[in-house]
Design a protein around this ligand. Structure first.
Ligand SMILES: [Zn+2]
Length: 246
């Protein structure tokens, strides 16, 4: 979960408003082989809410700087692969994301939100955490009594919601308005800082609404098929579900 506005330090974050951006033009604002590279505009997802950071490349005058990850501080740093050339301050660069990895993460993240909506609606269970890699994920939730056919029922209901092709809408709301939505309070597993004025909302229309900074596909059918691989019992109602997207 995350509640950034559209800037991180001096970087305008293109991914927050449009998760389809894969290539863009930018200017280097700061560059240091140790600290990383700061751009004026970036579509790299910085990581958070269980979704790992993007990987990609910066291209400048025929030179290629591979980006292995990100670092979050006062500024939003792109971390180059060790030994790759670093563009000097003022350089015009073309940024590009690893499209396959990002698209898989979007499908996986949206699939997790469908799962969150279904375990609450059909089983009354609250999600307490989650983490993902491209096309695989785990989700933790709290459920004292688990019906014997739980895995099959869950998989069936989740894939029915995917087939229903529900729109996934992203919007930014004033804090008061966002917290008037009952679902937001339910899913706010991390307390939001009190000084946050706007909250980014990801709404799977009719199923699940969350305060979320991640990148998502436009509708549930784009997720693909969710397979419930296994469920572990971690004790005292704490369940851990492992899923795969195919
Ligand atoms: Zn999320």
């Amino acid at each position: 979960m995350s509640t950034e506005t559209h800037h991180h330090g001096h970087t305008h974050r293109l991914d927050l408003a449009d998760s389809t951006v894969r290539e863009w033009d930018a200017t280097v604002l700061a560059a240091d082989p140790e600290q990383g590279i700061v751009l004026d505009r970036s579509a790299f997802y910085p990581g958070g809410g269980g979704q790992p950071p993007d990987e990609g490349v910066l291209i400048w005058g025929g030179v290629r700087t591979r980006i292995a990850g990100t670092r979050k501080g006062d500024e939003f740093y792109l971390v180059p692969v060790e030994g790759d050339p670093v563009p000097p301050v003022g350089t015009a660069v073309r940024g590009a994301l690893d499209d396959e990895r990002r698209t898989r993460l979007m499908r996986t993240h949206s699939g997790l939100h469908v799962l969150t909506g279904v375990v609450f609606r059909d089983f009354g269970a609250l999600v307490t955490g989650g983490n993902m890699e491209p096309l695989t994920a785990r989700m933790d939730f709290d459920l004292a009594e688990v019906p014997p056919d739980f895995k099959d029922r869950l998989a069936e209901a989740v894939n029915a919601e995917i087939a229903a092709d529900r729109p996934i809408e992203v919007k930014t709301l004033p804090r008061d308005e966002a917290f008037a939505i009952p679902d937001i309070i339910r899913t706010a597993t991390n307390l939001l800082p009190p000084d946050i004025e706007e909250v980014r909302i990801v709404d799977i229309v009719g199923l699940d609404t969350q305060a979320d900074g991640g990148t998502h596909v436009a509708s549930t059918s784009m997720v693909g098929r969710v397979e419930v691989v296994k469920m572990e019992n971690k004790g005292r109602g704490f369940r851990r579900l492992r899923i795969r997207i195919v």
